[in-house]
Design a protein around this ligand. Structure first.
Ligand code: SAM
Ligand code: SF4
Length: 356
């Protein structure tokens, strides 16, 4: 077992030689893949009701990719033209020694001279976190080259936070947000808009975030994992939320593009930016440039589809270089044109049998 990522960097090329020229990733619909969302754990210190049950059965450790394998996977994607990696989970910052992975990946940032001889490297290394561990990690992340961080926060009401996440952790999360700002990280807050839960609070949340200099992105709840009924009950189309916000504020379309699925609006009165991710009501798939890899190394070309490729088997095979390349090519071939979430039809079973 390695102790530091310096060791990982030194050992990885022996197992997965990625120095040979490889072709960029373009899918069957001519979408170029430049963005990898990499889950590093299924574990979490919160239990958001729309995400996982209270009694969550977590995966046995051997099924989860080691830090070394996560690094190999990332290098494989960088070699195929991925320029942005978002580390996610579960809660990524509860993974032991996760700082080492950020440090190792930070060395591939082009801005830090990390491009390879063909100019391939990362333009951005980032993460999505619930913020509870940021107090501890913000400085190290900044040192590793992370410049922006997405922090999930659905409510500023402590009782509601405890109900929604099943943990009394609002103060810890707010401390984490403050620590990120202090460390010089650009913070974006993500909030899932939930009917009957935080719909009356969205404006306050945006006003507070913008007063702190943080952008906000709202997300429509998606039917993932075991939360079908709750998701359907709590589904709140963002078009309706936006219409409500427009009664109070002036929203002007922004040309900001962070390489993700959000569309942005500038709010004149707060001076801040609002992103809307509308997998159900908006045009989400046409410009999709992403692939997702779960903590067990399952490559899902689409969040809303069950197509997948087993990268872990490829990585753990006798010929990882060829097998990983084949697996990536396969993922490109099977990436669907569109997702198939259907929030409007009860009984149509839109739920997908996995967690985010
Ligand atoms: N634990 C980290 C966090 O909460 O930010 C990272 C992982 S979490 C799965 C990533 C994002 O997915 C969070 O912003 C969370 O609110 C969102 N999410 C989880 N389940 C969702 C669902 N069913 N529908 C929409 N968004 C969801
Ligand atoms: Fe944990 Fe994030 Fe899921 Fe909430 S949304 S339970 S913080 S992984």
């Amino acid at each position: 077992m390695f102790r530091s990522m310096t060791e990982v960097s030194a050992r990885a090329p022996d197992r997965l030689n990625l120095t040979t020229p490889v072709t960029p990733m373009v899918d069957a619909f001519q979408r170029r893949i430049t963005y990898l969302r990499l889950s590093v754990t299924d574990r979490c210190d919160l239990r958001c009701t729309y995400c996982m049950p209270e009694r969550m059965t977590f995966l046995p450790r051997k099924e989860v990719l080691s830090l070394e394998e996560l690094y190999d996977v990332s290098r494989g994607f960088i070699a195929r033209g991925v320029t942005k990696i978002r580390i996610t989970g579960g809660e990524p910052l509860v993974r032991k020694d996760i700082g080492d992975l950020f440090t190792a990946l930070g060395r591939h940032l082009v801005s830090r001279g990390g491009a390879d001889h063909d100019g391939r490297g990362l333009k951005e290394l980032t993460l999505t976190t619930n913020g509870t561990q940021l107090d501890r990690y913000a400085d190290d992340l900044a040192k590793a080259g992370v410049e922006r961080v997405n922090i999930s926060l659905d409510t500023l009401n402590a009782a509601k936070f405890a109900e929604l996440t099943r943990r009394d952790a609002l103060p810890q999360t707010l401390e984490g947000i403050a620590a990120a700002k202090e460390a010089g990280l650009k913070v974006k807050l993500n909030a899932v808009a939930l009917k009957g839960v935080n719909e009356d609070e969205i404006e306050d949340l945006i006003a507070w975030a913008h007063s702190q200099g943080h952008d906000v992105t709202l997300i429509e709840v998606m039917p993932l994992g075991d939360n079908e009924e709750a998701s359907l009950d709590q589904y709140q189309p963002l078009a309706a939320v936006k219409a409500r916000l427009e009664r109070r504020w002036t929203l002007a379309p922004s040309d900001a593009n962070t390489g993700g699925p959000a569309r942005y609006w500038d709010i004149a009165e707060t001076g801040g930016r609002l992103g809307l991710i509308t997998p159900h009501t908006g045009n989400f798939c046409e410009g999709c440039n992403r692939l997702r890899v779960t903590a067990t190394g399952q490559l899902y070309p689409c969040l809303g589809g069950s197509e997948r490729v087993d990268l872990r088997a490829a990585l753990r095979s006798d010929n990882p270089e060829v097998e990983v390349a084949d697996a990536l090519n396969c993922a490109l071939m099977i990436k669907p044109e569109k997702h198939h979430f259907r929030m409007d039809q009860r009984g149509a079973d839109p739920r997908l049998p996995r967690h985010m």
